[in-house]
Design a protein around this ligand. Structure first.
Ligand code: HAM
Length: 445
């Protein structure tokens, strides 16, 4: 029989790696709470037209990467519907904002999410078909200050603090402004004009985009087209005064709080909803390899840890009220790859997660008391591995040594006296400790 495996582009996350996932998620919740964000959880699948309208028909995501299916009606009262696994979460958050009339409070909504997203991309290092994002959105009526450049700077400062607190080093913030809905058409017309005489020399994808959505040519990853792309007009030259002033205010606020950045005039990002500020945080560097072999880039061919920007017209595109917003999403898988690579190249490796103690019942009739002891110690906050009375003593010591810092022997004498034998694996020291003092003693080790 052929063995079943996880589907291409998906994978299982196993301990101890999942400890790192949990640590990042805990840091996210702690840091984002300081900025007064609350969590939103939207469904994993949505009506296909949400993404077609929100993300844009001509984007790679919508035109070739979505997992879409016709969902059959199960009752007379239902209609068949085209559904899609969410490729990103911003459209879903804005849909929820409109559906629950969150704008009516008159306040800014500051919402974050952690969850899987799905894109049928070519799998490679740092790129999966099911991947996780940590994202956040700040959205609200203009009267709540949602258009203010201070919101952009605050989000960027939060990200810089978050990456620092996680311990990620060597990140770069890359920024651009793609203009408002009034100055963008002028730029797109200029791009179209500049592309007309050269587009025949470009890849088939870019020839199509030059016609349908010329902005998308700028974020094409095709190296053969790079030389032509470098000659195209820059959006900075087409911004109107209001967009220029907005961008300048974002930069001034970042300068004031000491968050460093680079400006990349070609950073337009692969989703159609962006207006004004767009950004990415990238990380370079190499994963360490065995001696002699050259390192490989931490994130393979990708280098974006996260991306985001402003989307002042998205709510209206989805039929909602005017609700400017700004947000970002980070690839959690890419954060993990980066932390693992940076930890491996750091001089001191963090110790693997060990249990505080391994309990060895000396006989199967002692399994139940061993479980009771484990329950008490775990309730005291200790990390406990429970062995089995069917194991011989030698086997208990071997397993205990692999998993825990100490072994607790629970034989008939210990059961009768309430005094346990504890051996510390690192020092070899063996002590007798009354059960009532055991938790305290293990905590102090
Ligand atoms: P995005 O640039 O499409 O933006 O994705 C954001 C991040 O998700 C990327 O920088 C990357 O770290 C991660 N990512 C994307 N695709 C994959 C993949 N196939 N495998 C692993 N990681 C991936 C958005 O999704 C926007 N919704 C961000 C946003 C929020 N803009 C405003 N608010």
């Amino acid at each position: 029989m052929t063995l079943l495996k996880a589907v291409r582009g998906t994978r299982d996350l196993l301990p101890p790696e999942t400890d790192l996932w949990n640590r990042i998620e805990a840091t996210t919740r702690r840091v984002f709470a300081r900025y007064n964000f609350g969590e939103i959880r939207t469904p994993i699948f949505e009506d296909t037209s949400l993404f077609a309208r929100g993300v844009g028909e001509e984007t790679d995501i919508v035109s070739k990467e979505m997992y879409t299916w016709e969902d059959r009606a199960r009752a007379q009262s239902e209609k068949a519907q085209s559904l899609t696994l969410r490729p990103e979460n911003t459209a879903g958050v804005v849909r929820a904002y409109i559906e629950h009339k969150l704008g009516e409070s008159g306040l800014l909504q500051k919402l974050y999410y952690i969850g899987p997203q799905f894109r049928r991309e070519r799998p490679q290092k740092g790129r999966y078909r099911q991947f996780w994002q940590i994202g956040a959105e700040v959205i609200g009526p203009p009267s709540a200050g949602s258009e203010s450049p201070l919101r952009d700077a605050e989000v960027l400062e939060m990200l810089a603090s978050f990456l620092d607190e996680l311990g990620i080093t060597g990140w770069t913030l890359v920024l651009n402004s793609v203009g408002s809905s009034t100055d963008r058409p002028k730029y797109i017309a200029a791009l179209r004009e500049a592309l007309a005489p050269v587009k025949d020399q470009m890849s088939a994808d870019n020839q199509r985009r030059a016609e349908t959505n010329p902005l998308r040519v700028l974020d094409s990853k095709d190296p053969a087209d790079e030389a032509i792309i470098a000659t195209l007009p820059k959006i900075a030259d087409y911004l109107d005064d209001a967009s220029k002033a907005h961008f300048a205010a974002v930069l001034a606020a970042l300068d004031a709080c000491g968050v460093q950045y680079e400006i990349n005039p070609r950073l337009v990002r692969g989703l159609d909803y962006y207006t004004r500020t767009t950004f990415e945080f990238t990380v370079g560097g190499l994963s360490p390899q065995r001696a002699g072999a050259p390192g490989t880039p931490i994130l393979g061919a990708q280098n974006a840890l996260l991306g985001g920007g402003r989307y002042d017209g998205l709510s209206e595109m989805l039929g909602g009220p005017k609700a400017p917003g700004i947000g970002f999403a980070m690839g959690l898988d890419r954060l993990i790859l980066t932390l693992q690579a940076q930890a491996a190249s750091a001089p001191e490796k963090s110790a693997p997660a060990f249990a505080d103690a391994f309990i060895a019942p000396l006989g199967e009739h002692l399994n139940a008391p061993a479980l009771t002891l484990a329950r008490e110690l775990r309730r005291a906050g200790l990390r406990i591995e429970l062995g089995d009375g069917a194991f011989r003593l030698k086997k208990s010591f071997e397993i205990g040594n692999k998993l825990a810092r100490a072994i607790i022997l629970l034989g008939e004498d210990e059961q009768a006296s309430g005094i346990l034998t504890v051996k510390n694996f690192a020092t070899g020291e063996q002590t007798k400790i009354p059960a009532s003092e055991l938790a305290q003693a293990l905590q102090n080790r």
